[in-house]
Design a protein around this ligand. Structure first.
Ligand SMILES: Cc1cc2nc3c(=O)[nH]c(=O)nc-3n(C[C@H](O)[C@H](O)[C@H](O)COP(=O)(O)OP(=O)(O)OC[C@H]3O[C@@H](n4cnc5c(N)ncnc54)[C@H](O)[C@@H]3O)c2cc1C
Length: 476
């Protein structure tokens, strides 16, 4: 017979969304909270750096969170974690079935927080599967089919979890050649990590340029940096099949390699939400309180769809810090405190071989694809005054609506991109995140002050530079 457990709140998923939900519920005074976790907790964003060793010299083990030692998590977490997979939900009975190594538990709850996250997506080409590894309980989407990671072929890798990082770390120690498929942040960070470990790396990208979160003109700077570090990018390239000796492209090219890393995106894990009958579009639909279509069920993190503040379109941002913010909102509302998620859009900031890039909201290419009329305004920037030899070059690009479109108004800033050498543009990206989420226009940039400090930037005010361009564009 199943063991029976009763709790006030059950959190499903032990990633950033689940862990912060647990932590916040406790902070808001909920005494009885349980969390179902099916893998070791990690600081997932640092996994590539654990492999590369440049920023995490101790390797991937340093990135695994030891729940008994974590100063941020309540000590009760050790007894509140139910190790295993939540395999069934019955929302009418308020019951969840958790299958673990020690058997099955039926958990009765008053409220449920779903934080199942996302899983790596791999195109359904031959050669990806075939491994005889033990079942892991965590998976990937192979096309539309969920498969356990234990079934990945021996030379196929993904990166989303401690065990993936350990496999890639072992690979980096002994192999010589890798192909990384996908040039988003995870693909580039993984390529850099492998290169830092002495692995010879090539990248494969289906689009005509690297980094889908940047427009081609901005991505060019990254491509030049990759080339300078001997990392070749095969662009407009489609994967045909994985072979024991490497990766074959549709045009017949064979890229010889000992390992193929698929960084081809992630998709929300919607299995439980579907089984429970929750309202789903691109992801689980929630309101601004993170409540799903069922009043006792909240959902947070990568499995959740949010409304893009600039355009009103449903998007899947797939961002860890957003998962954590959503967790705080869900926990507050379950604990009886009214809290809403602030208007939001998607963003990404990363660095590759010393070149920093950031993208917030929509690129010109993305907006054009869905028919939003936009123009790109580019502004060169320098990280020091022009007469300072330490200064490095960079560029900003703003994506601005040129005509009304749905709720979008002319002049509204829909996207911001930055590529710059040397210094991090993180605070800048945060400023534009607010500008975009608050639906500001280019003329509103006049309200934003610019601080000049010779050790940090050049004296030219880039906000005024962009504003000048916008005034010319709108004939003012
Ligand atoms: C290499 C890498 C680098 C990244 N870098 C950044 C970054 O720099 N900044 C940033 O903001 N974001 C970054 N991200 C994205 C960020 O990690 C995710 O947005 C974040 O992990 C989402 O958290 P989550 O809790 O929603 O989902 P997840 O982290 O996917 O966690 C969900 C957990 O729930 C488990 N689960 C699913 N179903 C069940 C079930 N039925 N029963 C039990 N458990 C279940 C899953 O196995 C998983 O452990 C990065 C991601 C990766 C992979």
């Amino acid at each position: 017979m199943d063991e029976r457990v009763k709790t006030d709140v059950l959190v499903v998923g032990g990633g950033p969304g689940g862990r912060v939900s647990y932590m916040a519920l406790k902070q808001f005074g909920m005494a009885d909270v349980k969390m179902v976790a099916n893998e070791e907790p990690t600081v997932i964003c640092s996994l590539p750096y654990g492999i590369g060793r440049r920023l995490v010299p101790e390797g991937p083990e340093a990135v695994v969170v030891d729940l008994s030692k974590s100063h941020r998590l309540p000590p009760t977490i050790l007894q509140d974690v139910l190790q295993g997979n939540c395999v069934e939900l019955d929302l009418d009975r308020r019951e969840a079935v958790v299958q673990g190594k020690g058997g099955r538990k039926t958990v009765t709850f008053e409220h449920l927080v779903l934080a199942p996250g996302a899983v790596p997506w791999i195109p359904p080409v031959d050669g990806v599967l075939g491994g005889k590894g033990a079942e892991t309980g965590t998976g990937i989407l192979y096309g539309d089919e969920w498969v356990d990671k234990g079934r990945l072929a021996e030379n196929v890798f993904v990166l989303r979890g401690a065990n993936d990082a350990r496999r890639l770390d072992a690979f980096a120690s002994k192999r010589e050649k890798a192909v990384v498929v996908g040039t988003g942040a995870i693909g580039l960070e993984t390529a850099e990590a492998l290169a830092d470990r002495g692995v010879s790396v090539v990248l494969v990208e289906a689009l005509p340029h690297a980094v889908a979160a940047l427009d081609g003109d901005m991505a060019l700077r990254l491509e030049e940096r990759l080339a300078a570090r001997n990392v070749k990018v095969f662009k407009s390239a489609r994967v045909d099949r994985v072979l024991p000796e490497g990766l074959k492209l549709e045009d017949g090219t064979l890229l010889e390699a000992d390992g193929i890393v698929f960084a081809t995106g992630v998709r929300p894990d919607l299995r439980l939400a579907k089984q429970a009958g929750l309202f789903i579009e691109k992801g689980i639909r929630v309101d601004s309180r993170m409540q799903t279509s069922h009043p006792r069920v909240f959902a947070v993190g990568d499995a959740v769809q949010v409304t893009d503040a600039g355009t009103g379109v449903g998007i899947l941002p797939l961002i860890g810090t957003l998962a954590m913010r959503q967790a705080m909102v869900a926990a507050a509302n379950i604990a009886g405190r009214q809290m809403d998620l602030s208007p939001v859009t998607a963003w990404g900031v990363s660095e590759i071989f010393g070149l920093h890039w950031g993208s917030v909201g929509w690129t010109e290419e993305m907006a054009t694809r869905v028919g939003i009329p936009v123009a790109g305004l580019s502004q060169p920037v320098r990280t020091r005054d022009p007469f300072m030899p330490e200064g490095r070059e960079g560029a900003w690009k703003l994506v601005v609506a040129t005509a009304p479109h749905g709720s979008v108004k002319p002049g509204q800033i829909l996207g911001f991109q930055v590529v710059q050498d040397g210094d991090s543009p993180l605070f800048l990206a945060e400023r534009f995140l607010d500008i975009i989420a608050r639906r500001e226009t280019v003329t509103d940039l006049f309200a934003h002050y610019f601080i000049h400090s010779p050790a940090h930037n050049a004296v030219d005010d880039p906000y005024l530079g962009i504003l000048g361009q916008a005034m010319r564009m709108f004939g003012q």
